[in-house]
Structure formats: structure tokens, C-alpha cells
Design a protein. Structure first.
Length: 373
């Protein structure tokens, strides 16, 4: 119940243990086509270029930047946590001239800040935004920002590693040009693949660029020949990981996106009510709190690390620590994918209240559980 990896369903783990086939085997090729179809359904997009990149979420981040950014390009990156900070690092390594739009950790990025940055940057090529900041628990709404970005003639790049499968992500409706995600958060699949999608505009930018993409491995122009109809060997696809994602996406679509989002919302609200009943609060900005990642503010006088240690040691429950400016100030409780259940909310609350009592903060467990119910 930390910030990922989340638990994977038994069916997903079983799929990973099936015998291997070749990466150009007809059975695998058919599976690749199904993966693309299912990913489009989950991203709510018709983008042809939608596939699981070999590598974790960070590889997806690099993929988007290396294909779209040329040295000297002006890029605006929104920074309100760890992953926005990482995007700056990646964009700079591509030779971009980066303008940061910053919000304090826990807050979302306001459209007015983007509008301001777009006015000051002469020729913005790309605006990059983290939809769901896993390091703080804050959600940044995309629609209004997308309109501003496109009015300025720039591309919108979105990180949906934590949002995909846990709350609405609507690529086409929001007009997102480039997106990456990860398998191990709300898709509840082990880490190892990065679902990515580029629309026609982004693909055109990658095709027409003058300097070659500096990464051979992540060059979409080469990957397109493997994931497209030509089936040209590029690299050996991680076969077992693709089996796992196939099984995980089937579970997502069987449940239905709307049902899945609602489940995440309800379990978040139950946890939040319980926390309020015992005098604790979430750290992220009100109205922008993630359903899948709940950052709880550590109350004064409680040893943050000791609480995590006891949860893990005594109850086998993992929760995440705060990072950067939030180090020692929050616990990050994931209710992601499989882990977003009533049972887990109750289990966590019972254990958490007991541990808080042991750590010197009187906490009324029955009140918490009643509020959650
Ligand atoms: C986890 C995460 C990443 C990085 O993914 P890895 O799989 O750890 O490489 C990027 N962005 C966000 C928002 C994340 O939560």
C-alpha cells in the first residue's frame, strides 16, 4: 500500500509464468495487436502509435522527451514534486532550454501559471506536466492547460504513470499529444513496461526532426517498424512482461474504466473520512487530492519512520515515506489498482490506529472505522 508497485492479481502473475514464445512468433504478434487495442481503450485514444515500451515509467518519460525535443528547443516543465523535477533533468539532457513552472509540493499547477510562462517564452515547443504527482498526492487537471498550450502552438506531454487506471485519463478529449505511463501503479501489473502514446502531431514532429534521436533504443521511428505492420526486429520484447500486461489490461477493461475510477474514489473518500475522525489530514491541496495516493500529514510528536517500520514489521503493510521537502512530514498510502479495496482501507486503519497508539498518539480506532464505513 505504498506508492507502487501495487499488488498484482493472481491471474497476472500466472500469465507471467507461461512458457516463452519468440518476439516475432505469430502468437506473440497477435498479442501485440491486442495490447495496442486494449491500451487505446484504457487511454481513451484512437492514436495508432500506442504501445507498451520496454522499460519502466521513467523510460516512457525519456521516450517522449528524446523523440520530441531537439537541442535548443524551448520547453516548459511543470514542477510540483519529484516527477516534475525528473522531467526537468531529462529535458535538459536532451539539450532543451527549460523554463520551470513551479508550485509548492502538494499543490497542483494553476492554468494561470502556464499562461504566464507561455507569454514569456518566445517559441515554446512543448509543455510537460505530471497529471498525478505520486510524491505529494496532488492532481493537476489537464483540460484548461491543454487549451492554453495548443493556442500557443506547443505540444502537450503528460505523465500518467499514477493516474492511468485510477482516475479519468482522456487523451483524445483532452488533446494530449504525447503520454507515458507505467504498469505497476493503478494497472496493478509488475514494473517493467511503459505504455506510451503519440498522436499524429507528435509523430510528425519526431519524423521530421533534423538531428537523429540521440537514443537508438527509444527512437519511435525505429520502434514503429516493430510495433507497426513491418515487424522488423528492433530489440527482444520482454515477453513475460507483455503477457502480464495483457492479463492486467483485460482485468481493467472487464471491470470497466468508470467502475474502476469510482472504486478508487470511494475508497479514498472512506480513508479520508476516517482520517478526519481521528484528527489527521491529507497534505495535498483541497479539491486536488488523488484517489490512488493519499499523503497523510504526520502529527506532531509522532516518529514518522517508526510508524512505517511497525506497519511493515508487525502488519506486513508497506506505506511510502515523504520525499524532498516532504521528507519526515507525510506518509504516502497507496490505494492503487488491486489495492484499492474496502478490505484494505479497514486493514490499514486498524493497523495504523494501533501503531499510532503504540507510538504515543491516542487514536480512536472504532471512530476511524465507523467513519470509513
Ligand atoms: C512511479 C512514477 C514514475 C517513474 O516510474 P518508474 O516505473 O519508477 O520508472 C514517473 N512518474 C510518476 C508520476 C510516477 O508515479
Amino acid at each position: 500500500m505504498g506508492p507502487g508497485p501495487s499488488n498484482a492479481a493472481a491471474e497476472v502473475l500466472v500469465a507471467m509464468s507461461q512458457p516463452l514464445v519468440g518476439h516475432l512468433d505469430p502468437v506473440f504478434v497477435k498479442m501485440m495487436e491486442e495490447l495496442k487495442v486494449m491500451l487505446r481503450a484504457v487511454f481513451l485514444t484512437r492514436n495508432e502509435m500506442t504501445f507498451p515500451l520496454s522499460g519502466t515509467g521513467s523510460a516512457g518519460m525519456e521516450f517522449c522527451f528524446v523523440n520530441l525535443v531537439e537541442p535548443g528547443d524551448e520547453v516548459i516543465v511543470c514542477v510540483n514534486g519529484v516527477f516534475g523535477t525528473r522531467m526537468v533533468e531529462v529535458a535538459e539532457r536532451c539539450g532543451a532550454r527549460v523554463t520551470k513552472v513551479e508550485a509548492s509540493w502538494g499543490n497542483s499547477i494553476a492554468p494561470a501559471q502556464i499562461a504566464e510562462a507561455l507569454r514569456t517564452v518566445t517559441k515554446p515547443k512543448l509543455v510537460a506536466l505530471v497529471h498525478a504527482e505520486t510524491s505529494t498526492g496532488a492532481l493537476t487537471p489537464v483540460e484548461e492547460i491543454s487549451k492554453l498550450v495548443h493556442d500557443a502552438g506547443a505540444l502537450l506531454l503528460l505523465d500518467t504513470v499514477t493516474s492511468l487506471g485510477g482516475c479519468p485519463v482522456r487523451l483524445d478529449e483532452w488533446n494530449v499529444d504525447a503520454v507515458y505511463s507505467g504498469t505497476q501503479k493503478c494497472l496493478s501489473c509488475p514494473p517493467g513496461l511503459a505504455p506510451v502514446s503519440l498522436n499524429a502531431r507528435a509523430l510528425e514532429v519526431a519524423r521530421r526532426r533534423r538531428p537523429r534521436v540521440q537514443s537508438w533504443y527509444l527512437d519511435v521511428n525505429l520502434l514503429a517498424s516493430y510495433w507497426g505492420q513491418e515487424r522488423v526486429y528492433h530489440h527482444t520484447a520482454p515477453i513475460s512482461m507483455n503477457y502480464a500486461l495483457h492479463a492486467a489490461l483485460r482485468l481493467v477493461l472487464e471491470e470497466g474504466l468508470e467502475n474502476r475510477w469510482r472504486r478508487h474514489q470511494q475508497n479514498h473518500l472512506a480513508l479520508k473520512s476516517a482520517l478526519a475522525a481521528i484528527g489527521l489530514e491529507l497534505a495535498a491541496q483541497a479539491g486536488h487530492q488523488l484517489w490512488q495516493l493519499n499523503a497523510i500529514r504526520v502529527p506532531p510528536g509522532v516518529d514518522e519512520a517508526e510508524v512505517r517500520r511497525r506497519l511493515l514489521h508487525d502488519f506486513n503493510i508497506e506505506v511510502g515515506a515523504g520525499l524532498g521537502p516532504l521528507k519526515g512530514k507525510i506518509w504516502r498510502v497507496g490505494l492503487m489498482g488491486e489495492n484499492s479495496s474496502r478490505e484494505n482501507v479497514r486493514l490499514f486503519l486498524s493497523a495504523f490506529c494501533q501503531v499510532l497508539n503504540e507510538c504515543g498518539r491516542k487514536t480512536d480506532a472504532p471512530a476511524a472505522l465507523a467513519a470509513a464505513a
